[in-house]
Design a protein around this ligand. Structure first.
Ligand code: ITT
Length: 208
């Protein structure tokens, strides 16, 4: 079984390759790299937008030999009304969550800017941590059928940056049952407990 993965996030792609014991190829080895406007209202909606965009771009003769895959993910922080959620990659560039135009026009922000925004919002509320969870939705097209699975990782976000491993919000996220952040823990540990690992494990069963 061979997979073509749509992702422009190198860290995410590396994790997926590490977790799946299958041949995982990156889409840009088959077609010129392209962007997808992620304007759905759910993780599942955005994951499906990405995998369908991949299907449209790939030459038809390739499609029959591969399973197509995408993933959409983010973090929901309880004390911040479960934000940033589906807007995790552009969080620092959103000034007004009540303004749809502002949300839609916001560009992806750097990991450090997103982290600093979370820390600022926690500090504004005079709290040092909050329960939070990561979500991953994996979407696959196999034999023209669309399949999706979800995975979750619960823990807490803190108002301090700990470690520099992983990506995104990892340095401020401590998984339940651990005392270290995902920025400090070994990547093999993250890849054995993560939201992505859980969603991919469920997907493995569906595509077997
Ligand atoms: P794609 O090309 O695959 O869409 P992306 O980085 O734009 O890559 P998403 O739209 O799914 O991916 O946004 C996910 C954001 O959520 C990502 O930028 C991180 O900030 C955050 N995130 C998701 N999974 C994470 C993880 O395992 N650790 C830390 N942050 C994570």
């Amino acid at each position: 079984m061979k997979i073509i993965l749509f992702s422009k996030n190198k860290h995410k792609a590396r994790e997926i390759q590490n977790i799946l014991d299958l041949e995982v190829n990156i889409f840009s080895d088959f077609v010129e790299s392209f962007d997808v406007i992620e304007n759905a209202t759910t993780f599942k909606g955005n994951a499906i937008l990405k995998v369908k965009a991949l299907q449209e771009r790939l030459p038809k003769e390739i499609l029959k030999d591969y399973i197509l895959m995408s993933e959409d993910s983010g973090i929901c922080i309880e004390e911040l009304d479960y934000k940033p959620g589906i807007y995790s990659s552009r969080y620092a560039n959103i000034n007004d969550f009540n303004n749809k135009e502002n949300i839609n026009n916001a560009k992806d922000a750097s990991d450090i800017d997103n982290i600093n925004k979370v820390i600022k919002e926690l500090n504004n509320k005079n709290i040092t941590s909050s329960n939070a969870y990561f979500i991953s939705c994996v979407a696959v097209i196999k034999n023209k059928q669309i399949l999706t699975t979800h995975g979750f990782l619960s823990g807490k976000v803190i108002n301090k940056i700990l470690g520099n491993r992983g990506f995104g919000y990892d340095p401020i996220f401590i998984p339940n049952g651990f005392e270290k952040s995902l920025g400090e823990l070994d990547s093999d540990i993250k890849d054995s407990i993560s939201h992505r690992f859980r969603a991919l494990n469920l997907m493995k069963i569906l595509i077997r």
